[in-house]
Ligand binder design. Structure first.
Ligand code: URA
Length: 496
């Protein structure tokens, strides 16, 4: 029996060097004992154990391991990120068997494949949770440089830092940050990403940002919609201790009954609640301060830049990027859609996917130049659920529409359109500030008020793509065309 010792956090490259040597000696899985110190033998993540990769010659790190397909290699890479000390033996067993059983990966009932699938799923979940629950706090900027510095503490279960690092680098590219964990750290400084597996201790993280999180979370918490079971499964209690907002949950749950009673008593009229007003108030206050200091907001480009770091609701955690509006700064017509779709999310521009193509067609039939229109959305991040590789659109909820409303308000304030056309129910809700019936409002220009220009409601172009019967789709498209014609004629009447 050959004993092979590895550090508790040994990575794929380390294991691969050793596995490759064992394979060359034709050592069967049963002839090897893979040893790595477990929690009882070493401190939690093996501070004293050998560091990954130190004793592996470079040459063997680069050479492929035996005969193995890309999918097989990917599976081995994945399971090597699990924290189970048995992963080394399992990976070697799989490697050994794949030399003579090329169809092994497809046998879902095989115990080794089942175990590998279990580990893969746990790793995916761990990565998902880390992406969702890391909370950055601002650290003092000692270097006096422009970039702001942030720090976060997180406790992943598996060795996933290298796998999630690119996600954070892309998402938070305009600041310097560091995520510390008990299994290492990720540092992002001046665009350079460094992962290190030296265990870290929790930093002392308390600052003003925490207070902001508290007020944000309190404001979006809807006591009438508490689903504690769903809440716990989406945000397991083990993560609570490192999330600033969750410290409020027990108290908010305790208060929930009274708050629901108060809501019922005041029976609001469907308008966006306190949060909406609070954001408006915050925004106006900031605007007033900036104006007082003689610094104009800087127009649409500055707004787009500010939007990049928007975290007003949860959607920013999953979308690729925010999608700002596009079009001339003083367009007389503003079209407001619902939210970016899959293509828009990837390209960062509104209406460039299938719904955008329908819109382009109808606009040109009506004689409205797309280049002369300011196109934007009620919600600036893509909301979706993943199904395999597909991302399926989800209609944004009231919370997201309300959270995003300051951006739209700013766009309206800066562009000062003569007319807004809302495409679909979400856009109508965003512009009206409340849920309204599209069916009864559509097709005619309605007066504006002090904060909102005149507007016309119509359907969303994606509605036409969803209609299964071609005749119905044609009828609806004709009606859509007519409604845009009303908007065009109204504007022409104004500029004549
Ligand atoms: N649907 C929208 O509402 N907006 C887009 O930008 C794309 C599709």
């Amino acid at each position: 029996m050959k004993r092979i010792q590895l550090a508790r956090d040994a990575d794929f490259a380390t294991w691969r060097g050793l596995a490759r040597a064992a394979l060359a000696e034709r050592l069967a899985p049963g002839q090897i004992e893979w040893i790595s110190p477990d929690a009882a033998q070493a401190d939690l993540f093996g501070a004293e154990s050998e560091r990954s990769g130190n004793d592996v010659p470079n040459e063997s790190r680069e050479t492929p391991v035996g005969h193995i397909s890309k999918a097989g290699l990917a599976l081995l890479r994945t399971i090597l990120r699990h924290n189970d000390p048995q992963r080394f033996a399992l990976a070697y067993r799989l490697l050994w068997r794949l030399q003579t059983e090329p169809a092994l990966l497809a046998i879902a009932t095989d115990p080794d494949i089942r175990e590998a699938a279990r580990m893969t799923q746990q790793i995916r979940r761990d990565m998902h949770k880390m992406k969702a629950f890391v909370r950055f706090r601002e650290a003092a900027n000692l270097s006096k440089e422009e970039r702001r510095h942030f720090i976060a503490w997180f406790e992943p279960e598996n060795f996933i830092l290298e796998s999630v690092a690119p996600f954070f680098a892309e998402r938070f590219s305009d600041m310097d940050w560091m995520i510390l964990t008990p299994i290492g750290s990720i540092l992002f400084e001046n665009g350079k990403l460094i992962c290190d597996r030296t265990p870290c201790a929790p930093p002392d993280l308390k600052d003003d940002v925490e207070t902001l999180w508290h007020s944000y979370y309190q404001s979006i918490f809807n006591p009438a919609r508490i689903k504690t079971k769903a809440m716990r499964s989406e945000m397991p209690t083990k993560y609570w201790k490192n999330l600033p907002e969750t410290r409020l949950i027990p108290q908010m749950l305790a208060d929930a009954e009274n708050r629901v009673a108060a809501m019922v008593a005041t029976q609001n009229d469907g308008r966006a609640p306190v949060f909406h007003e609070r954001h408006q108030a915050e925004w106006r206050e900031r605007e007033a301060q900036e104006e007082a200091r003689g610094e104009a907001l800087g127009g649409l480009p500055a707004l787009s830049r500010a939007l990049e770091s928007c975290q007003r609701c949860d959607l920013c955690r999953y979308a690729t990027q925010s999608v700002p509006g596009a079009g001339p700064e003083h367009a007389s017509l503003m079209l407001v859609g619902e939210q970016p779709g899959d293509q828009e999310d990837l390209q960062g521009r509104p209406f460039v996917g299938p719904a955008g193509q329908v819109l382009d067609r109808v606009l040109s039939q009506v004689g409205i130049e797309r280049d002369e229109v300011y196109l934007t959305n009620a919600v600036k991040h893509f909301k979706f659920v993943s199904k395999g590789r597909r991302r399926i659109h989800q209609t944004p909820g009231r919370t997201e529409i309300v959270a995003c409303s300051p951006w739209l308000e700013q766009e309206i304030r800066l562009v000062k359109p003569k007319l807004i056309v809302t495409l679909g129910a979400s856009a109508l809700q965003a512009v009206e500030g409340r849920v309204s019936r599209l069916g009864t409002l559509r097709g005619h220009v309605r007066e504006g008020n002090a904060t909102r220009p005149p507007s016309l409601a119509t359907i969303h172009p994606s509605y036409l793509l969803r209609l299964p019967e071609p005749e119905r789709a044609q009828e609806e498209e004709q009606r859509f065309r007519q409604e845009l014609t009303v908007a065009r004629d109204w504007l022409r009447g104004r500029s004549a």
